[in-house]
Design a protein around this ligand. Structure first.
Ligand code: NCD
Length: 310
């Protein structure tokens, strides 16, 4: 396959073959990560700017490590400013960054559409590292890769995604990546946190976590996005946890070889009990590991690589 994209803004227009191509590239990248010297010269002389307007631990570090392992110069630019209007901040920032001539801009912003907006105002490549509640494409791809590693396939798997569906950009990207690969997706959360239009994606929607988890191959737990909630969507965190938290009792309804995933950060004791977060069937750290390889693949492909340099 030939790679023609200049930007990765979301997975809504990704074909299955294209996702497979990224995963294949990630597999080659993973081989680099097993070496003593975990570095290849593929992006030497290229500059990657991480432009993060929202808090991030995993995603920013993951893109930084991914860029460095490919020998790119990586610059981190974090801003927690929220007082300036988003449009102005972004456009202003875009012009400044543009002047520094980076090759790839990895952007996270609280406004949905921020990455798309930037892609129209700068000449470098843009990777969306999460825009509001819209999309988080690298997470969608790393979730796909992680499940493939463990289950060997996606088609036909029952995958339950539980939590704050309404505010989750992870779920919107997972719906494209896992859904398009043929998973049977179940979305579960309080009725106030599961938009009705989600049914149009072909996913089954329920407010009963037992129904969602019963017979599941994979259970993906999502964090309650308190920072995006403007009204009270549920009575209390305690009540939420009682009805929508995953504990051993509920998880016992899933298949015997079912696995648990979470994009992080985990609110321990809210959506996931400590016991399950750390159990041998939790893939949380494998997701983080897969994330570096997937982000190396995206940086590599956007920088013009079509075969893996050794
Ligand atoms: C997610 C995000 O920021 O969208 N985290 C991540 O990137 N690993 C999920 C979250 O914040 O809950």
């Amino acid at each position: 396959m030939e790679w023609h994209r200049r930007h990765v803004l979301g997975l809504s227009d990704f074909h299955p073959e294209e996702m497979e191509f990224v995963i294949d590239t990630a597999r080659s990248m993973e081989e680099v990560l097993t070496r003593d010297i975990k570095k290849v010269p593929a992006l030497r002389g290229k500059t990657v700017v991480n432009l993060f307007f929202e808090a991030s631990t995993r995603t920013r570090t993951s893109f930084e490590i991914a860029g460095k392992r490919l020998s790119a110069d990586v610059v981190n630019f974090s801003s927690a400013t929220s007082s300036v209007t988003k449009g102005e901040t972004l456009l202003d920032t875009a012009r400044n960054i543009e002047a520094m001539k980076p090759n790839i801009l990895v952007v996270r912003h609280s406004a949905s559409g921020a990455a798309l907006f930037l892609s129209r105002h700068v000449s470098c490549s843009i990777i969306n590292a999460g825009d509001g509640q819209n999309e988080h494409p690298s997470q969608g791809l790393l979730d796909l890769y992680t499940i493939l590693k463990v289950k060997g396939k996606i088609a036909g798997l029952k995958i339950a995604i539980v939590g704050d569906i309404l505010h989750s950009r992870v779920v919107r990207s997972d719906l494209h990546s896992l859904g398009r690969m043929g998973a049977k997706l179940w979305l579960c959360g309080p009725a106030t946190l599961v938009p009705r239009e989600m049914e149009r994606t072909g996913a089954v929607v329920t407010s009963d976590i037992r129904e969602a988890v019963r017979g599941a191959d994979v259970v993906i737990m999502l964090r309650i996005q308190l920072e995006r909630q403007k009204t009270a969507y549920f009575p209390s965190l305690r009540e939420y946890s009682r009805r929508f938290g995953l504990n051993r009792d509920v998880f016992s309804l899933a298949k015997d070889d079912a696995v648990i995933m979470h994009p992080g950060p985990i609110n321990r004791g809210v959506e996931l009990s400590d016991e399950l977060a750390d159990c041998e069937r939790s893939l949380v750290l494998l997701q983080v590991e897969s994330g570096v390889a997937v982000r190396m693949a995206l940086l590599y492909l956007l920088a013009g690589g079509s075969h893996v340099a050794h």
